[in-house]
Design a protein around this ligand. Structure first.
Ligand SMILES: [Zn+2]
Length: 328
């Protein structure tokens, strides 16, 4: 009986593990010990969201403080895979990114491809290569302070930048070359613009409180919506990669799908997609803004996806760009 219980427990292990030994996230008042804020600012600036430049700059991950250092004061914390997965990208040329040395892993979670990213690494575990599988909790790197930004990360602020992401489009490199001609893209599909972050803090805390009942699909679908848009596209990678986020609509199933109504969160993540038939779609535009949650836009404005002109809300060029990439 005990054995069976143990197996049962293992089979329903938590979806995500913390990427370092720092567990202060789960301690009451532990935020100071967990998050590395930016210079002169509170720990809030080390969390996910519109937390920088008075709310107008987004930070797409968590900056997790170091716990151990070598004699010179350099961080030495092992960085671990957040879940079972596959290595998809390693950048070991720190001068090419503000992330410095970083690793991207792909995970299969509830029928979705979720990606995790670990940045500013001192070094990547010897022999770790793209294509290799890793286990949850497996050491993949050592924490560091690498970055190509002018302002270096001080020893005091040493941290791992940890993200959970959804990948927007497999054809990112092509889209980028076409949309931003002349601009450099050193990381192909693994450019930050193609990795759409979700809040690891809220996810880890909800998982901690719900235990094995936690569902990432449910978490995503219950996130506050920033806006709803209608796109004319019917065949784009997100629909397959994030199929559990696509809802059913008998009318569209019967009449044929002519487009999708999409709910976006404040970071532009498509958290709900509803197929729509021609008779359910007004207008002829490729992208139509259907509604805006003004409260959410006020609270989390940094992505600047929508703007109010007089009494009317409109998609900004950034909003249109995001939808262009999503449906490319
Ligand atoms: Zn960061």
């Amino acid at each position: 009986m005990l054995l069976i219980l143990a197996i049962h427990w293992n089979a329903q292990a938590e979806l995500f593990k913390l990427p370092t030994a720092n567990r202060a996230l789960f301690e009451k008042g532990g935020e100071e010990k967990f998050f590395a804020g930016t210079v002169g600012k509170t720990w809030i600036t080390g969390t996910f969201g519109c937390v920088r430049t008075d709310g107008w700059q987004i930070h797409e991950g968590l900056d997790i403080r170091c716990l151990q250092r070598d004699r010179r004061g350099e961080p030495t914390d092992p960085v671990m895979a957040t879940a079972d997965g596959t290595v998809v990208y390693i950048n070991s040329r720190p001068s090419l990114s503000n992330y410095g040395n970083y690793i991207v892993l792909r995970h299969q979670i509830e029928g979705m491809e979720i990606y995790s990213l670990y940045a500013h690494l001192r070094n990547v575990s010897a022999g770790l290569k793209a294509g290799q599988t890793v286990k949850a909790g497996e050491v993949i790197a050592i924490m560091g302070r690498t970055s190509n930004t002018r302002e270096v990360i001080s020893k005091e602020r040493a941290h791992v930048h940890y993200e959970l992401d959804l990948v927007v489009n497999d054809h990112f490199a092509e889209w980028f070359a076409r949309t931003l001609p002349g601009e450099r893209n050193d990381h192909g599909e693994w450019n930050g613009q193609n990795l759409n972050g979700i809040d690891p803090r809220l996810i880890l805390l909800q998982q901690q409180s719900e235990g094995t009942n936690f569902s990432l699909v449910r978490y995503l679908q219950s996130e506050p919506e920033l806006c709803r848009v209608l796109v004319r596209g019917t065949n784009f990678p997100w629909l397959k990669r994030y199929a559990p986020l696509v809802e059913r609509n008998p009318t569209a199933e019967k009449e044929g799908v002519a487009g999708y109504e999409i709910a976006l969160d404040f970071n532009g993540v498509a958290i709900k997609l509803i197929p729509r038939a021609t008779l359910e779609i007004k207008g002829k535009d490729k992208f139509t803004l259907l509604s805006v949650n003004e409260q959410e836009q006020k609270k989390n404005p940094a992505r600047r996806l929508v703007v109010k002109k007089g009494a009317r809300w409109e998609l900004t060029s950034r909003g249109l760009n995001l939808l262009g990439l999503l449906t490319y």
